[in-house]
Write a protein that binds this ligand. Structure first.
Ligand code: A2P
Length: 339
């Protein structure tokens, strides 16, 4: 089997470090790994695969040096500039930023849902938004069997989705509370996140929806391949370090038995059904942290509307919501190329 030259761009960030952890666990057929970051961390050392790697400065020349696969998570501007340069040199870029996701020439992939789109790539594959990825893993089997007419998302999103600065705001707030000090001014969020819920993730558009909410709407339609699906979302930042939780309300095209939906989810790839309410068992953010699966529970009929149901869906936003999904795309790509 061919061995791949793999680059990790943004290797020192929250998602970048998770890329490295997942790569260590999944052991891809790699000839070499090269880790890139900005001037700030270039030259520093990162322990990876039991070796010390010197972080390289990302430059146009360096990223064109004959890589086969590059995993990018260094912000939208970096991806916008460097992903096409890497792609032009013959490298497949798997990009975690939002900048290429809605480009019609760029597949948006969740490997459990639309692996066939991987081979349609023209040099760049986009990794979907964290809150969209976990929803897709549970919605796709339902869409295939019953058809989905309408989706209503309400999300409860961890601070790690906002990178190191977001984690720091919650950490500092919790430490100040424990020490009896006043909550410090936040550095990342517009309001203190400790003891709070902030119904704004990213900036507002002209319809007063946030960018995060629109990502969920547009990416759901693109990944499920239904451009006019009725989808709406309210995205909320909550004081949780790891794992996004989502309340999902669905109206289906066809009637269903709720036990059949549960059985379908329990047998779907990448999904773990945790739904035993008599024993107070349902998915929890703390239990999903550091796991690769998507956990779903509280699956129940919504009697307020025909053919409708509610569910609670939880996943580690940095692993399945970012790093794991990207590495899974790379694994699937390698598998398809070696068939
Ligand atoms: P650096 O450590 O040098 O700043 P996070 O989202 O956790 O803040 O991480 C962002 C990641 O993206 C870091 O690894 C950061 O590197 C990297 N990064 C940011 N800007 C650039 C850039 N212009 N070129 C290369 N890497 C970048």
């Amino acid at each position: 089997m061919k061995k791949y030259k793999i680059a990790v761009v943004g290797a020192t960030g929250v998602v970048g470090r998770s890329f490295l952890k997942v790569l260590e666990e999944r052991k891809l057929p790699a000839e070499s790994y090269t880790l890139f970051a900005s001037q700030r961390s270039a030259g520093s050392t990162v322990r990876f695969m039991d070796e010390d790697y010197t972080v390289q400065l990302l430059t146009e020349e360096a990223i064109s040096a004959g890589f086969d696969i590059a995993l990018f998570s260094a912000g939208g501007e970096t991806s916008k500039h460097y992903a096409p340069i890497a792609a032009k040199s013959g490298c497949l870029v798997i990009d975690n930023s939002s900048c290429w996701r809605m480009d019609p020439n760029v597949p948006l992939v969740v490997p459990e849902v639309n692996p066939q789109d991987i081979l349609k790539h023209k040099g760049i594959i986009a990794n979907p938004n964290c809150s969209t990825i976990q929803a897709m893993v549970v919605l796709s089997p339902i869409q295939k069997k019953y058809g989905i007419k309408r989706v209503i998302y309400s999300t409860y999103q961890a601070v790690s989705g906002a990178g190191a600065a977001g984690i720091n705001d919650l950490d500092e707030g919790a430490k100040a509370y424990a020490a009896g000090r006043e909550t410090p001014a936040p550095k990342k969020f517009d309001y203190p996140i400790f003891c709070n819920c902030i119904p704004q993730i990213d900036v507002f558009d002209e319809d007063d929806y946030t960018k995060e909410e629109l990502k969920m709407v547009n990416e759901t339609r693109k990944i499920l391949g239904v451009p006019d699906m009725a989808v709406t979302a309210t995205c909320v930042r909550v004081p949780v370090f790891a794992s996004h939780s989502e309340s999902i309300n669905l109206t289906l095209e066809n009637p269903f038995e709720i036990e059949d939906i549960k059985a379908l989810l329990a047998s779907s790839e990448g999904v773990v059904l945790v739904d035993d309410v008599k024993n107070k068992k349902y998915p929890l953010a703390a239990d999903a942290a550091d796991k690769d699966e998507v956990f779903v529970g509280r699956v129940r009929i919504d009697r307020s509307c025909e053919n409708s149901l509610n569910m609670w869906c939880v996943a580690d936003n940095i692993r399945k919501g970012a790093a794991t999904n990207a590495v899974q795309i790379a694994q699937k790509y390698i598998e398809l190329m070696n068939k």
